[in-house]
Write a protein that binds this ligand. Structure first.
Ligand SMILES: [Zn+2]
Length: 188
């Protein structure tokens, strides 16, 4: 796993990029929860389910299908979340699927079962620069937690910040161009 902080940054970055007018506070909270739900599967360790099992850690809760189901379920409650069904689906789907995507870049544990239920095979990215975060609060406060946070800063926070600023810039330019055209036409 990456840390809970890193996972939560994804919907926050999306909202910062597209602007708060498109994503309500309620939907943002649900999307932030969606980024950490996949790791509830650590409960499997307490029930003796092996790590490599489809129902073990990084198993079915880390699949694309699970994220799609979460997105679909959320879209049914779009009105309560002050949002549209399409936005609710996509934000929760992208937020949740970003979790196994980031996990696949970590350098520890087993890979993630992206394609469950079609396949139980675990996958890693060909390159794993993110230091894996220890499981559990006690583990997190061990000496190497600073190294974990530093690696997440370089490989998650900085890339997200770059994409957010670029998206913000692109969307503000998009709005600015029609306004500028109107202004020029009025002067002609
Ligand atoms: Zn995970």
């Amino acid at each position: 796993m990456a840390t809970i902080f890193a996972h939560d940054l994804v919907p926050i970055a999306v909202r910062a990029g597209v602007g708060p007018g498109h994503i309500s506070n309620r939907l943002l909270v649900v999307a932030a929860l969606a980024t950490v739900i996949p790791d509830l599967d650590v409960a499997a360790f307490f029930y003796g389910i092996p790590y490599g099992d489809a129902f073990g850690h990084r198993g079915f809760t880390h699949s694309i299908a699970f994220a799609a189901m979460a997105g679909l379920t959320t879209s049914l409650f779009a009105t309560l979340l002050n949002s549209s069904r399409v936005i609710s689906f996509w934000l929760v789907f992208v937020s949740m699927v970003s979790h196994p995507f980031l996990d696949a870049f970590t350098n520890g544990g087993y890979g993630v079962a992206f394609f469950w239920p079609l396949s139980d095979t675990r996958y890693f990215m060909p390159w794993q620069p993110i230091m894996v975060s220890p499981i559990g609060i006690r583990g997190f406060f061990e000496a190497r937690s600073l190294q974990v946070l530093l690696s997440e800063f370089f490989w998650i926070v900085l890339p997200l910040l770059t994409v957010t600023v670029a998206t913000r810039f692109a969307t503000s330019r998009k709005k600015a161009i029609p306004y500028q055209l109107t202004f020029i036409c009025k002067r002609l």
